[in-house]
Write a protein of this length. Structure first.
Lengths: 373, 678
């Protein structure tokens, strides 16, 4: 294999793929990029066996072929090279020579034959999804994914694709984040399609979406694998199999007590008060009473604190405890912008937060379970 | 007709002997108690063949005249008791008047006795209960009783005797403990030509412990002393209208406790190392054993037992020893009060001491027949101030020295790798067996200097001689109060925090440290009913066996108080609707099953349900264990600092609720020593 490629093109693709490469892998070949040159393109592959990203860049191919190069080392090296053409050449014993201007480097690679087979994007049945919608869906749910590895169906978000809407749900058992883009025409979907996307795939997808100008992406799946194609880059991910909890059942229906407050104001108040909450739980009390929302906390070690936000409310007074971290996550997903509506039923039942915006494109509901403090 | 007969005295005595005398050690016990009751100050015990061949006990007590001496061998003849009322107020060790005739009925006994100032002594020979000779002899004041050929006429009994060494070990343990209880008396125990024990009088219990058990054991022990005014004493008073106005109301006495308890790192697999003396009488009492276990609960594992020597003093009418002929069982009139008093005193002392586990002793702490368990030559410590008990610190400091004597370059890490907590290990041999067997090869030397006013320097070639020992020059032992001043350096394999301060290097187990912090917080929150609970979005379903469902019903209320909202959900499933903060998913499920399973085990083992306090502690321990940070978890310096600071504020920073040690100290001195700097 022998090619010449512009440093800028190469670096762009390396940046897009290197996130998949596992730093601490026990299988050495997985810390390598796979480079394949054919025709006028160089295709680049990285995988950790669960996720894989395949991308390509235009190159001048002197001699077709394939090689593997340690990903981290190559990425760091190419970053430091000056702008210009880079030539990459496979030598004997899987060594790879990288030349640019007056810099010459030989990197020790591994045999291409050892590189695992990466699933190919299926040629049929791709569904087109709006890139912007998916981006928002991920940003508003990814933080609610459980970090606890034992309940693996919670280690990802559920993507629900319908002919006229696109929705995503994530939960960790204490709170649930649901966001739906309605009036979204999706061709080729009959009924409802539900897939569980692992957190790492969502992370990668988010980065691919951030780096693309495309309006839509392709989505497909088969029995074990999910495929996303963003422009010329393709992400494949192992599917999470299993039953995602029945999220519709836990969505509160009769939370009739509500207040509407500014997201920024609420966020600041919670942050201040949470300083004095129990260190482990971060529990704060939300108290709604006559035209006021009071946020308070106390702990035997730190002291106590209270903030009051004026807001129209005429119903019965109610005090509910919540984990302050969970509420801040939600406000952060809204960039602390606009107004939010806090809806409660009683001390025992789930509370709900949602942005107060009558003509929003997205239906966003954030359910969180109360704490007793 | 005539089927019912009155047994002759010989048979009756042999029956009584069955209860009182079952092995050489019990003969020694009876005779020793007689000597102590006779006010002897010097007691010398010689045994041969593990006591089967000969037991000779010589004292300088009050002696007897000829008539008394003859009468002493009659059944129910005693000088210690006259009326039944005296039974309520027994100040002597013996009182039944059974021991001598019982012993005389199963052995050949020679009694030589003389009262101080009398012209001649008496010598009586008895074999199998029959008096053979009565002579006048010349004898020093006091009594000498020689019991030979024990059980010569009861072959069945003789067959049940154990090996000579076993019998000797029992005997040694017994004498040792009477010596511990009576520091002001001189005890000697000789087997054939060996000296097994030689304990000249000392002033304090503490010195006696050092003298007999040696420096290493002593260094592992901490003193405890407490006192309580009893609200009432003796039998319940009659109602006021029946009270005799002339008799003043009895003065309620004091309940006094002093003694020694082990640091949590010293653990035994059975209760054999717990010795309780009530009014100087060695007893076994379930309630007191329980009180001791309670004091150590959540400090050492439930399957381990501490080393404790307790001296309880109370008004004689508060304790009834007339329960069993062997007199090792007693009844307390106010059992609950005594139980709580012992438990609380020990607990308080434990909390106060906060002893830090020493690195070397943690490595070597399993009881083996290593030199460190040999009682060193008896040494007298008169120079110590009366008020201050000998602090274990000093001795601890020298531990490295004594173990390294033969091999100065010995690295501390190369010591036997005995974990402190070693339930399956080989250390189930009762300590005294080990000690006794070691004694055969290493006879004790009498104290070299006894009353010179200087700390004794043993001039023999005993390599374990006590080093100069003065309380003044020692810096205080590493104590866990120093935890707050620790500076964390980093982690060892992301599991142990390494930290330093003036005392040296500390290694802290991050999981158990956090566990202890959480445990105390949970108990605190539980007490004020402020457990923070997080409701779950979807109930967590936990499958149980039918029997476990029953157990669950028993502890459901307490779980509720601890922040769980759990409801039965079908016949074999529980639905968890809320859980204490910090417990999630799998951990929550595991914790719950564990708590329920253990409830079942305890019930199966003890046949009774555990009390609420125990259950509460167990639930808190289980929550803490599952919510705590695990090993193999990277921590940044800030979190380590936080953890150490939190740990410093806990009550028991020594051990986790399951009894594992939290922090080990590798002292500056040991480090210097290991590098041959000093």
């Amino acid at each position: 294999m022998e090619i010449t490629v512009s440093r800028q093109e190469l670096l762009k693709e390396l940046t897009a793929t290197q996130g998949v490469v596992e730093r601490k892998t026990t299988i050495p070949i997985l810390s390598n990029f796979l480079l394949e040159a054919e025709g006028e393109r160089l295709s680049l592959t990285a995988t950790d066996l669960d996720q894989a990203i395949r991308t390509s860049a235009p190159v001048k191919v002197k001699k077709a072929g394939a090689c593997t190069i340690p990903a981290r080392r190559m990425y760091d090296y190419v970053k430091l090279l000056p702008e210009g053409e880079i030539s990459i050449k496979l030598l004997d014993n899987h060594w790879v020579q990288i030349k640019s201007g007056r810099s010459t480097t030989k990197i020790v690679g591994m045999a291409r034959a050892n590189y695992p087979q990466v699933p190919e994007f299926p040629s049929v049945d791709a569904i087109k999804i709006s890139a912007a919608a998916l981006k928002t869906l991920i940003a508003r749910t990814i933080f609610a994914i459980s970090n606890e590895e034992t309940r693996y169906t919670l280690n990802g978000a559920l993507l629900v694709i319908k002919a006229e809407s696109l929705a995503m749900v994530a939960t960790d058992g204490h709170r649930l984040s649901f966001v739906e883009k309605v009036n979204e025409e999706i061709a080729g979907v009959s009924g409802e399609k539900r897939v569980l996307v692992p957190r790492k795939a969502l992370d990668e997808l988010r980065q691919l979406l951030a780096a693309t100008a495309e309006a839509t992406i392709d989505f497909a799946d088969d029995e074990h694998t999910l495929y996303f194609r963003v422009g010329h880059r393709a992400l494949s991910s192992r599917k999470l199999n299993g039953n995602f909890p029945n999220y519709e059942a836990v969505m509160p229906r009769d939370n009739t007590k509500f207040v509407i407050v500014s997201a920024a104001e609420l966020g600041q108040a919670i942050q201040r008060v949470a300083q004095f909450a129990d260190e482990r739980s971060g529990a704060v009390r939300m108290k709604i009473e006559q035209n006021e929302l009071k946020i308070s906390s106390s702990s035997t070690e730190a002291g106590e604190s209270e903030d009051t936000i004026d807001t129209p409310y005429t119903g019965d007074a109610l005090t509910v405890g919540f984990n302050s971290g969970y509420m801040l996550d939600f406000l952060k997903a809204l960039n602390n912008e606009g107004e939010v509506r806090l809806e409660f039923k009683d001390q025992q039942s789930a509370g709900q937060m949602r942005p107060e915006d009558p003509d929003a494109e997205y239906r966003y509901r954030y359910v969180l379970m109360p704490m007793r403090i | 007709m005539g089927r019912i007969r009155i047994l002759n005295d010989q048979v009756a005595n042999q029956i009584a002997a069955g209860e009182v005398v079952d092995r050489p050690a019990s003969v020694v016990k009876e005779l020793l108690e007689n000597s102590l009751d006779a006010g002897a100050n010097r007691i010398r015990i010689e045994v041969e063949g593990g006591g089967r061949k000969l037991i000779r006990i010589t004292d300088d007590g009050c002696g007897m005249n000829k008539d008394d001496a003859l009468l002493a061998f009659e059944r129910h003849a005693t000088s210690k008791l006259r009326t039944a009322d005296d039974l309520l107020n027994i100040a002597t060790l013996g009182f039944r008047g059974e021991a001598l005739p019982s012993i005389a009925s199963v052995a050949r006994v020679t009694l030589e006795t003389a009262e101080p100032g009398s012209k001649a002594g008496t010598r009586i020979e008895i074999a199998g209960g029959k008096i053979l000779h009565v002579d006048e002899i010349a004898a020093p004041a006091g009594t000498t009783i020689a019991v030979s050929d024990l059980f010569f006429n009861t072959p069945a009994r003789r067959k049940f005797l154990r090996a000579e060494s076993t019998e000797l070990a029992h005997l040694t343990a017994l004498v040792t403990h009477y010596a511990l209880a009576h520091p002001e008396k001189h005890f000697e125990l000789l087997s054939a030509s060996h000296t097994l024990l030689s304990a000249p009088p000392v002033k304090k219990n503490d010195e006696r412990i050092f003298q007999i058990l040696g420096r290493d054991t002593h260094s592992q022990l901490l003193p405890v002393a407490a006192e309580m005014q009893l609200a009432r004493a003796g039998l319940p008073e009659p109602p006021p209208w029946k009270r005799d106005p002339d008799v003043p109301a009895p003065v309620p006495g004091q309940l006094r406790l002093n003694g020694f308890f082990s640091k949590p790192e010293l653990q035994k697999l059975n209760r054999n190392s717990i010795y309780i003396f009530v009014n100087k009488r060695l007893i076994r009492d379930r309630a007191l054993l329980h009180a001791i276990s309670e004091a150590y609960r959540n400090v050492i594992p439930p399957t381990s037992f501490p080393v404790v020597t307790l001296y309880l003093e109370m008004p004689p009418e508060e304790v009834d020893v007339n329960v069993h002929p062997a007199k090792t069982e007693v009844r307390f009139r106010q059992q609950q009060a005594v139980h709580d008093f012992v438990r609380d005193s020990l607990r308080t002392a434990l909390v106060k001491a906060r002893p830090a586990a020493d690195f070397l002793s943690a490595l070597d702490s399993a009881p083996t027949a290593s030199p460190s368990l040999l009682p060193p030559a008896a040494s007298h410590l008169p120079g110590l101030p009366e008020s201050e008990p000998v602090r274990p610190d000093g001795a601890e400091r020298f531990e490295g020295a004594s173990q390294g004597t033969g091999n100065a370059a010995r690295l501390p890490f190369s010591g036997p790798q005995h974990a402190v907590w070693n339930p399956s290990g080989l250390d189930s041999v009762p300590e005294f067996l080990v000690r006794a067997s070691a004694l055969f090869t290493q006879p004790l030397q009498p104290a070299a200097i006894q009353d010179s006013g200087q700390p004794s320097q043993d001039c023999s070639d005993d390599p374990f001689a006590a080093p100069p020992f003065s309380a003044g020059v020692q810096s205080p032992a590493p104590n866990l109060n120093a935890l707050a001043s620790l500076k964390p350096l980093g982690q060892l394999r992301e599991s142990f925090i390494l930290a330093v301060n003036e005392d040296g290097l500390w290694i802290i187990d991050q999981h158990v440290a956090h566990e202890r912090v959480l445990f105390e917080k949970i108990l605190r929150d539980r007490k004020v009913e402020q457990v923070e609970r997080q409701r779950l979005l979807m109930p967590l379903l936990v499958e149980l066996k039918p029997a476990q469902m029953v157990l669950f019903a028993q502890i459901a209320d307490e779980l509720e108080e601890n922040g769980f909202e759990v409801e039965p959900f079908g016949p074999q499933t529980l639905a968890v609707k809320a859980a204490p903060v910090g417990l999630e998913g799998k951990q929550l499920e595991r914790m719950l099953t564990q708590v329920i399973e253990q409830a079942g085990e305890d019930e199966a083992r003890f046949g009774q349900r555990e009390d609420m306090g125990t259950l509460r502690g167990r639930i808190a321990a289980s929550i803490a264990c599952h919510a705590a940070i695990k090993v193999n978890m990277p921590l940044d310096l800030k979190r380590m600092e936080w953890l150490l600071a939190e740990l410093a504020t806990t009550e028991h920073p020594t051990n986790c609720p399951h009894g594992r040690p939290i922090a080990l100290n590798y002292s500056w001195k040991d480090i210097q020593k290991a590098f041959q700097r000093i």
